[in-house]
Write a protein that binds this ligand. Structure first.
Ligand code: R5P
Length: 259
């Protein structure tokens, strides 16, 4: 691996623990104003110092994030359809030049395995990796977004493996039963998305299960920013991911912050 690529990757997944807590706040790119992110600057500013990496669009970055932060950035570079349309109709919307200008440590896009335009999204991933490799820019591939996807180990394992084979350097997917099988079949680090808001203890349990099954961390959004204590939740997730805290210990961190 080239120095630049390796260096950027280690900013996203710090070598100290080999794990990461990415904060996903890109939801508006297809959902519009999302619960918990309506006033995005107010929502994310207190969370940023607790994240290893911020997963964000360029619009939010320019308008709502202080450029003096030292948290690394991973830039969402795909888009196209809104939540009202066919989600798999995505294309690349942000150039590599723009990612470099914004000092991104990585770029991310979705692939839609099994959906109407799976072939186009997978080919888009290939093209993005071709360009990214030229500049030493890691690519995060996001799999299994979409209502009708069966989120079991067979489907997620297939989607993650395809993403890695096409050249993704990190894969983001959902947690499922038998998650170790998904990890086993994927030669690059996997981080889990949190998915829809769960009660805090359940979200922490899911985090612990994923880490124990071999995940390299989380790229979590709603279960943090929609919590009644977003800072408490991100600290609790961090404790599990980086310190091997139990769910009870992590829940205590969340509860104390809430008080
Ligand atoms: C979804 O398309 C986005 O990539 C989100 O970043 C991802 O789903 C993680 O957010 P959440 O934890 O809310 O699912």
């Amino acid at each position: 691996m080239d120095f630049g690529l390796k260096n950027r990757l280690s900013r996203i997944i710090p070598a100290k623990t080999g794990k990461t807590v990415m904060l996903a706040v890109d939801h508006g790119y297809f959902q519009g104003p999302t619960t918990g992110l309506k006033d995005i600057k107010k929502s994310i500013t207190p969370l940023i110092p607790h994240a290893n990496c911020l997963f964000v669009t360029r619009g939010i970055l320019r308008n709502s994030v202080d450029p003096r932060i030292d948290t690394p950035l991973c830039l969402r570079v795909s888009g196209g359809p809104s939540i009202l349309g066919e989600l798999s109709n995505e294309d690349i919307t942000t150039s590599m030049e723009e990612a470099l200008r914004l000092n991104a440590a990585g770029v991310g896009m979705s692939i839609f395995v099994g959906a109407a335009n799976e072939d186009r999204t997978i080919a888009n991933l290939g093209r993005l990796v071709n360009e990214a490799e030229r500049y030493g820019m890691p690519v995060l591939a996001i799999t299994a977004v979409g209502k009708e996807m069966a989120r079991d180990a067979r489907y997620l394992g297939r989607a993650c493996r395809i993403a890695a084979e096409i050249g993704a350097h990190i894969v983001k997917t959902y947690y499922c039963d038998d998650f170790e099988k998904v990890v086993e079949g994927c030669p690059v680090p996997i981080v889990i998305a949190g998915g829809k808001k769960l009660p805090e203890r359940e979200a922490l349990q899911m985090t612990e299960n994923a880490i124990k099954a071999g995940a390299s961390g989380v790229d979590m959004g709603r279960n943090i920013f929609q919590s009644d204590s977003p800072v408490g939740m991100i600290k609790a997730v961090r404790a599990i991911v980086h310190k091997g805290a139990s769910v009870d210990e992590a829940f205590e961190i969340y509860s104390s912050a809430k008080k």
